[in-house]
Write a protein that binds this ligand. Structure first.
Ligand code: SF4
Length: 253
């Protein structure tokens, strides 16, 4: 198995890394996520971190890492605009698994953001708001990490259908690992029910994808699970997984 060890701060070579990624993806396609998680932990140790928004995919990965006895830290982006059900779920997971989930916070509180950029920036410029509350804090947190493990899946939305199991994230200069890229929602939910794992009760009220309160709504039957995010906007990604908005706001965050 290839041992990718990119050096931080721009000295890694995306072209050569991509060459190794193709081989890894060939080996991992069709295998169980456990194999990918174990490889990530074996290759990067505690410099590989699981990021979660407390959706079903994240719960699955956190539980598998726990069962496998991996030292992989877990973090979440606390925009300070999450549902109380989401914070309660964080507490339940910590208690049930005996783990500590690291909170990554934006530089500005919601009040400070309003003072600097006006009230309810999410209504006027959600890309800017996501940059301040998610993209920039993530980049800062990952600056001393080597690999970022996510729960994104190909069938979540059109924007995610090309997701590879192992990718290079040029924005944060980390290897991005998506062990569930090929999995579907039903398989993950079967696992959560079988193991009686806690989940966000809002999922039972028509919210398949849950983010910040102002930008989350229920979805209708037949819609993609992420269609309830930023309802009324073209936006269906916050920018942490896709870099099209990243960097535009760097001087003005
Ligand atoms: Fe702001 Fe909405 Fe993005 Fe949350 S999801 S950071 S409230 S724009």
């Amino acid at each position: 198995m290839s041992q990718i060890k990119p050096t931080k701060n721009g000295s890694s070579k995306p072209e050569s890394v991509r060459g190794q990624l193709a081989e890894l993806n060939r080996q991992f396609e069709g295998t169980h996520p456990d194999r990918v998680l174990a490889w990530a932990s074996g290759t990067f140790g505690a410099k590989a971190v699981i990021g979660t928004g407390f959706g079903p995919s994240g719960i699955f990965l956190i539980h598998r890492a726990h069962i496998l006895g991996l030292v992989t830290p877990v973090f979440y982006l606390d925009t300070q605009l999450l549902f109380e059900e989401t914070y309660a779920l964080r507490d339940k997971l910590e208690q049930k698994l005996g783990i500590s989930i690291h909170k990554v916070s934006p530089d500005l509180s919601v009040r400070e953001q309003a003072e600097k950029h006006g009230e309810e920036l999410w209504n006027r410029d959600p890309n800017h708001c996501c940059y301040i509350r998610k993209v920039a804090p993530l980049k800062k947190y990952l600056s001393d990490k080597e690999a970022w493990i996510t729960g994104i899946r190909r069938n979540q939305s059109v924007t995610r259908e090309d997701t590879q199991i192992v990718e290079y994230d040029a924005v944060s200069d980390v290897i991005k690992i998506n062990p569930l890229a090929a999995w579907d929602n039903d398989r993950i939910w079967d696992y959560i029910r079988k193991h009686d794992l806690p989940y966000n009760p809002l999922h039972d009220e028509g919210f398949p994808s849950i983010g910040c309160i102002p930008c989350t709504s229920p979805v209708a039957e037949g819609e993609d699970e992420r269609n309830g995010r930023w309802r009324g906007e073209e936006k269906i990604e916050c920018g942490i997984h896709f870099s099209d908005v990243t960097g535009r706001f760097e001087r003005d965050a």
